[in-house]
Design a protein around this ligand. Structure first.
Ligand code: PLP
Length: 405
């Protein structure tokens, strides 16, 4: 008789965003006249930039002509895209990344969930708390996380690195040495960043302790301040300890078209000298058949002069929303962070309200949907996330409602 993978049954029952959606639906049903504004989910709202759409159309046409038709894409990605990435994302920042160190995929969510497959089942993982839920849940599915404690919301075999107001939302080096360290900067959900010096400390720590860092740089394009690293490979020694995840979702609006990539330097080896690059290539070859040609062609257009200009305008649009949210909440007396190098604003709930109580309060009194910080981990309790991905009009309306509460 067959049985399911028992690890899946350990996952906590209610998924954060489905609970948020259900509460919104129920409220709307009970208050049909309420004009609810959603500042909750991390999805873009601006349409794909014209330069990207134009290249997409061309690429679709190429697929209908015998001479330019493409079948299976190379499973590590087309060279035209990988060389463009190497030049614009790395060479331009003084970092040499070879084409065969770049693995094109359909997004960073898949990559961040799948990358754990190449590590030993007994590996000890460390995550920031609050955390992008994918890192932990994918390790739960792999049976690596031990037991879940309903009361604390913690897994027994996971090292949590609290990121709170007291430490500027920057993780401190763990006291127990992990094997795999997940870092995400600019951070989702807190919107926090760390400086190049701070990241260098992590790289040195990982090299010294034979740990690997999985660095999620999905929000790299939102960095506005100097001294915030755009890639972990700006740090000395990162090539022997770090994997970097990137996505076209947040910088160019590919959430619906799907494109991302992972960088694994050839120098990165485990304790027995096994190359992670070769292992990931093997894994791609077995389990992945490549991102579509038309999407990779569109991805290349993101790096054209027009593409760069147009996507920068979109990011400026979102960051203008972020500033409106940040300044508005501040003037209303809230304690806020984020929103400078990331499209997320992280606010402290007033009067020690729980995250979910504040969620209900915002929904009921201002008809605004945000995301309870506690949904990202125990250290998110007492915090609330708002995103800058809405339209400017809705953002202004929402913040003005909060200000007049
Ligand atoms: C949105 C996001 C991603 C990117 O996901 P895609 O699958 O590329 O759309 C990765 N990591 C974090 C932390 C994110 O918020």
């Amino acid at each position: 008789m067959f049985k399911v993978n028992n690890n899946f049954l350990k996952l906590p029952g209610s998924y954060l965003f489905s609970t948020v959606a259900r509460k919104q639906r129920e409220y709307q049903a009970a208050h049909p006249e309420a004009e609810i504004i959603k500042l909750s989910i991390g999805d873009v709202t601006q349409p794909l930039a014209p330069a990207i759409v134009e290249r997409l159309h061309e690429a679709v046409s190429e697929m209908g002509v015998a001479e330019t038709f493409k079948g299976y894409a190379p499973d590590l990605g087309y060279e035209f895209l990988r060389s463009t990435i190497a030049k614009h994302d790395y060479k331009s920042r003084g970092v040499d990344i070879a084409i065969d160190e770049i693995f094109v995929s359909d997004g960073a969510k898949c990559d961040s969930a799948n990358i754990q497959e190449i590590f030993d089942a007994e590996s000890k993982i460390a995550v920031c708390d609050p955390v992008y839920p994918v890192y932990v849940d994918s390790n739960v599915m792999a049976g690596r996380t031990g037991e879940y404690d309903e009361k604390t919301g913690l897994w027994s075999n996971v090292i949590y690195m609290p990121c709170k107001e007291e430490n500027g939302f920057a993780p401190e080096l763990p006291t127990v040495v992990p094997d795999v360290i997940y870092l995400c900067f600019p951070n989702n959900p807190t919107g926090a960043t760390i400086t190049k010096e701070q990241l260098q400390t992590w790289v040195d720590y990982a090299n010294m302790n034979n740990a690997v860092i999985i660095y999620d740089a999905a929000y790299e394009a939102y960095i506005s301040e100097d001294n915030v690293p755009h890639t972990i490979y700006e740090c000395d020694g990162a090539k022997t300890c770090a994997i970097e995840l990137r996505s076209f979702s947040k910088n160019a609006g590919f959430t619906g078209t799907r494109l991302g990539f992972t960088v694994i330097p050839k120098e990165l080896k485990d304790a027995d000298g096994v190359s992670l690059n070769a292992l990931w290539a093997r894994r791609h070859g077995t389990k992945y058949n490549g991102a579509p040609y038309i999407i990779q062609a569109a991805g290349e257009a993101v790096y054209s002069d027009e593409g760069k200009k147009q996507t920068a305008e979109q990011i400026a649009y979102y960051m203008n929303n972020a500033k409106y949210i940040y300044d508005g909440l501040k003037s209303a007396g809230y304690s806020v962070s984020g929103g400078v190098n990331a499209p997320y604003i992280w606010l402290k709930t007033p009067d020690n309200m729980s995250s979910w109580d504040f969620f209900d309060y915002m929904l009921d009194k201002a008809n605004i949907v945000g995301t309870p910080g506690s949904g990202f981990g125990p250290s998110g309790e007492g915090y609330f996330r708002l995103t800058a991905f809405g339209t400017y009009e809705n953002t202004v309306k929402a913040i003005d409602r909060i200000k007049s509460l």
